[in-house]
Design a protein around this ligand. Structure first.
Ligand SMILES: *[C@@H]1O[C@H](CO)[C@@H](O)[C@H](O)[C@H]1NC(C)=O
Ligand SMILES: *[C@@H]1O[C@H](CO)[C@@H](O)[C@H](O)[C@H]1NC(C)=O
Ligand SMILES: *[C@@H]1O[C@H](CO)[C@@H](O)[C@H](O)[C@H]1NC(C)=O
Length: 502
């Protein structure tokens, strides 16, 4: 155990250093939050509980509130600097614990068309501690992207609200605009509390938007949401069973470049570095020999020294690249433009974090989206600076994935194939661990006469799909392929094994 964590923390360290180079202007980024968790994981198991996830059985009724007339108050007629659109947007707070004064911020965009029949899709970002508004809504799957002036927004024509009514949630409290008046809550953050607050949020939100109560519901997310998504799904199933009724009509989950299983996640990362010529074969060999990633045993002194030397080497080799998309350009000039650059949804701007940061910290934007109504003592950050500890994070979520499959939910796992952080190798190793029989063997899937990626379907209904040329934030880098992927997922149709439809 020591050994594994030791390796991981070195990785975490270099991620922090390299991301500081990339974006010097403000607080923590998604690219370092995961490293931060591993740092906590490393501090010792007495701090962090890694045992299997257990949902909270009893939810105090006092946490469920009437939501009459709250929906219309949440309507956002228009975001500042927004082009005209026909779909509706809402934003606001849902109290998840009145006594503590804890409330989660959401942003909801209805579908472009057929909102009455299209499903409801929740999107969660990871971290832990990163905002779904920052990444999901403003840089990945939302209807708008922020111009380089930090003031106005433009349309994302590959927005997922072409396929669903999309709900973004900033979770847990302490992330983005979500907060608790009992600030000690921040120190109690962890997977379990996140799952229960997310669940309480959903139950209340559905009271506010009752037309979605019986709608087919799906949960999506990326990175550390590989934990949040199955944990929330598990919680929903448990409470549906307890109530002997479908409180939430959950149909499936989809997770991308997801944290699934610590051991295979870490091994897959080094294998990816090696196979993509980021580190030498010799360094990779020393990592596998001395760092002993698969064993929970303590390292001896020699191994420890050798392992550190090897991971230092990895650190140096990957220091100047964006490990979350190994071929992406870096952000060299993060300043805002008075005259915005010509925007492009298909060529992702590596300085986007800075534009979103500026936009969401504007008073007119916060007012328009009904955010920060209590005037928090901290600004909006894409990844939380105030959540500094994490209490529980199971070493694997595979048992939860199995449970969801056993309950006939649709489970898809996708992977941008040029992410080095939770790369496709990690994802494949994690799925291998599940030992599932193959239903449809590996084949390319197509979009516009091109290979969009590769897919393999397993019995019990688990689909693995890679997205070719995408980094960690798949919809940022391959928006059109990502939209195609989510359409197939929601429709329950296999990804096309032929290009004849172009
Ligand atoms: C439920 O919450 C209320 C108000 O916070 C509290 O008074 C009560 O003791 C709680 N009940 C249980 C069973 O925890
Ligand atoms: C938190 O405190 C502020 C200020 O007292 C109050 O306006 C707000 O409603 C509280 N939040 C919750 C969720 O109770
Ligand atoms: C659950 O609901 C079904 C149908 O609504 C009913 O037949 C069954 O008896 C219920 N089970 C329990 C344990 O209440």
């Amino acid at each position: 155990m020591e050994k594994k964590c030791y390796v991981v923390v070195l990785v975490a360290f270099f991620l922090i250093v390299s991301s500081c180079m990339v974006a010097p202007s403000h607080g923590k980024k998604q690219t370092e939050a995961l490293g931060h968790l591993y740092e906590i994981k490393m501090k010792g198991s007495h701090v962090l509980n890694k045992s299997p996830f257990k949902a909270i059985h009893h939810i105090n009724k006092s946490r469920i509130h009437g939501q009459e007339e709250m929906k219309e108050k949440d309507r956002i007629p228009k975001l500042p600097g927004q082009p005209h659109v026909r779909f509706s947007q809402y934003g606001g707070y849902v109290t998840v614990d009145k006594k503590a004064g804890r409330a989660l911020y959401y942003y909801f965009v209805e579908a472009h068309h057929s909102k009455e029949s299209l499903p409801l899709l929740l999107w969660l970002n990871g971290g832990p501690g990163c905002s779904s508004l920052a990444y999901g809504a403003m840089e990945e799957i939302g209807p708008f992207r922020v111009h380089s002036n930090g003031k106005t927004v433009y349309r994302n024509r590959y927005s997922w609200n072409h396929a669903a009514n999309v709900l973004f949630l900033e979770s847990p409290a302490g992330v983005g605009f979500s907060y608790s008046n009992t600030t000690s809550d921040y120190d109690k953050s962890g997977d379990s509390k996140t799952a229960v607050d997310n669940y309480v949020f959903l139950i209340n939100w559905l009271e506010r938007f009752p037309e979605y109560k019986e709608r087919d519901f799906y949960i999506s997310g990326e990175s550390y949401a590989g934990h949040y998504v199955p944990q929330l799904a598990h919680t929903i199933l448990l409470h549906n069973k307890k109530a002997n009724t479908t409180l939430i009509n959950l149909k499936g989950i989809i997770i991308g470049n997801a944290v699934i299983n610590d051991e295979t996640d870490v091994k897959g990362m080094y294998d990816f570095f090696k196979s993509h010529a980021l580190i030498s074969d010799e360094t990779a060999y020393r990592i596998s020999k001395y760092c002993n990633l698969e064993s929970e045993n303590n390292m001896d002194a020699e191994s420890s020294t050798e392992c550190k030397a090897a991971t230092d080497e990895v650190n140096r080799d990957t220091y100047n690249i964006d490990i979350y998309n190994i071929y992406a350009p870096l952000c060299h000039d993060s300043s805002l433009r008075v005259q915005p650059k010509e925007p492009s949804v298909v060529n992702f701007d590596p300085c986007s974090d800075n534009y979103v940061y500026a936009y969401l910290n504007r008073a007119d934007v916060q007012e328009a989206i009904h955010a920060d109504v209590t005037k928090l003592d901290h600004g909006w950050e894409p990844c939380s600076n105030i959540i500094t500890t994490w209490g529980d994070s199971p070493s694997t979520v595979i048992p939860l994935l199995r449970e969801l499959m056993a309950n006939r939910l649709r489970v898809w796992i996708f992977s941008g194939d040029i992410d080095g952080r939770i790369p496709v190798t990690s994802t494949k190793y994690s799925i291998q661990k599940m030992n599932l029989p193959i239903k449809t063997k590996w084949h390319p899937w197509y979009l516009d006469g091109e290979v969009g990626g590769y897919t393999q379907v397993y019995k019990g209904d688990l689909t693995l799909a890679t997205v070719r040329g995408a980094g960690h934030q798949v919809p940022s880098y391959q928006p059109k392929r990502a939209l195609s992927l989510i359409k197939h997922f929601l429709a329950g149709t296999p990804l096309p094994d032929t290009s004849r439809y172009i």
